[in-house]
Write a protein that binds this ligand. Structure first.
Ligand code: NAP
Length: 440
């Protein structure tokens, strides 16, 4: 039989342990698919003594010397499931420059410095695969990077963070506030002890950058993504959404556009938004992920499944391991990064959005006209106005609730409108401001 493909596994935590298990359990099938056995040459970890259950692997394979392992001549493929920027970046650049193929689940690193990794891969001639870095088990990057290469993608809208989707789904289902829903997510293991990367949108922003780069053949980094998390979403916001037949999701949205000079642009943003219940992403509940792709010829496509967890993520990692191993045996490498389009990134202020604004206003004649005048001054056209009963503290003349939904306008104009409304005497408070996506 052909000599084995030798793997260096960097990291043996939630994902790494499942990679080891699957490599063991499916070794015969994997060997048949690759055309050679897959063998673990070594496993780099931080703590040698850590209890890793009954992993089907020889203890002698563990090391704390990741770099030493990568540099070994008998290592063909480096599988990185450690995470973080350093030392992972140094390790992977070293491996790629040395001609090894790399499989990684590290979204933070790809979004921060994907360029360095792609350049190192081009220099060394190995493959760089990262399917597990976005939406866990869902085959998404390969379809963008290969299957849809004959088409033109116009927009990618996704729910790519399971923790925040669990929290918002719980708020929708039970009426709970953010803090209460986060507590539940933490108790059930859906949120980490420090949930900042998830609830502040950093994790989703990294994934948005990766998706936009692949979908639009351009380079988008984490710093190019407008990011807002879900910590400010209240139970009252969710109730407002429900009253409109909507729910609230943390969306990542990457879209093509054209700037004032006619140049093609891309805008990439992550923020909570109201979407109608009829939208396919509205029914994506719990910790699931889904990504909605709109392309010229293919039309609308939706990818759905488990976006995290040891086994689902390991499934994507192993799919990549099989692909890069087969390429090595065939003496070929996959097409390199496609960034020919070189689109400029549009500032958030120019992104076209709609807003849902709830106001507590003084209940007296002329108020509606004054409020409408503010929208008109900023060239923001109003789609609907709903007047409810008093929601806030009683004012001099009594309060009324106004709920205004706008047509599409530049984000900066909408933000300026809300800013001016906050300064008006007749506006007691702006109780909820949310972007609206997807035809609500
Ligand atoms: N967990 C998921 O559901 C999921 C989903 C998609 C993508 N990912 C990505 O997959 C990667 C791994 O995530 P995970 O959840 O498996 O992380 P994890 O459970 O925290 O495991 C990290 C592993 O890396 C090892 N490690 C950390 N620092 C190291 C160092 N300096 N040198 C050598 N080893 C080191 C740790 O060693 P010890 O075991 O000795 O501590 C541990 O085995 C991350 O990039 C993450 O973003 C995870």
């Amino acid at each position: 039989m052909t000599s084995p493909v030798r793997l260096a596994l960097l990291g043996c935590g939630t994902v790494g342990q499942e990679v080891v298990r699957l490599l063991h359990e499916q070794s015969a099938d994997l060997a048949a698919r690759v055309g050679a056995p897959l063998e673990i040459a070594g496993i780099a970890v931080r703590r040698l003594g850590r209890d890793r259950g009954d992993l089907p692997v020889d203890e002698s394979l563990f090391t704390t010397d990741a770099l030493g392992l990568i540099k070994r001549d008998d290592v063909d493929v480096v599988v990185e499931v450690v995470g973080g920027i350093e030392p992972a970046r140094g390790w992977l650049v070293e491996a790629l420059r040395a001609g090894k193929s790399v499989v990684t689940a590290n979204k933070a690193l790809l979004a921060e410095d994907g360029v360095a990794l792609h350049e190192a891969a081009a220099e060394g001639g190995g493959d760089l695969y990262y399917e597990a870095s976005v939406a866990g088990a869902i085959p998404l990057l390969r379809p963008l990077r290969e299957s849809l290469h004959g088409d033109r993608i116009n927009r990618v809208t996704g729910i790519v963070n399971g923790t925040t989707n669990f929290i918002l789904s719980a708020m929708d289902a039970t009426g709970a506030g953010f803090a209460e829903a986060l507590e539940e997510a933490t108790a059930l293991g859906y949120a980490e002890a420090d949930p900042t990367a998830d609830v502040e949108g950093f994790d989703a922003a990294a994934k948005a950058a990766i998706l936009a780069s692949l979908a639009f053949h351009t380079r988008v980094g984490a710093a190019d993504v407008h990011r807002e998390g879900i910590t400010e979403v209240t139970a009252a916001d969710m109730a407002s959404a429900q009253a409109m037949g909507c729910t609230i999701k943390l969306l990542c949205i990457a879209a093509r556009g054209v700037d004032s000079t006619g140049r093609e642009t891309v805008s990439v943003r992550v923020h909570p938004a109201m979407i109608p219940r009829s939208h396919p992403l509205a029914s994506v509940g719990d910790a699931f992920n889904a990504v909605f792709v709109e392309a010229d010829a293919a039309g609308q496509l939706m990818f759905y499944g488990r976006g995290a967890g040891g086994a689902p993520t390991a499934s994507a990692v192993l799919g990549d391991v099989v692909a890069v191993s087969r390429n090595r045996l065939a003496g070929v490498r996959a097409a390199s990064e496609s960034a020919y389009a070189d689109l400029s990134v549009r500032p958030m202020g120019e992104a076209l959005t709609r807003y849902h604004v709830s106001l507590d206003v003084a209940d007296r004649p002329g108020v509606l006209a004054a409020v409408a005048g503010v929208f008109a001054r900023h060239d923001v056209s109003i789609a609907t106005v709903r007047q409810g009963s008093a929601g806030g503290a009683p004012g001099r003349d009594g309060d009324a609730e106004l709920v205004i939904v706008t047509h599409v306008a530049p984000d900066a104009a909408l933000a300026a409108t809300v800013g001016e409304l906050r300064g008006l005497d007749i506006v007691r408070s702006v109780t909820s401001v949310l972007r609206v996506e997807g035809g609500a």
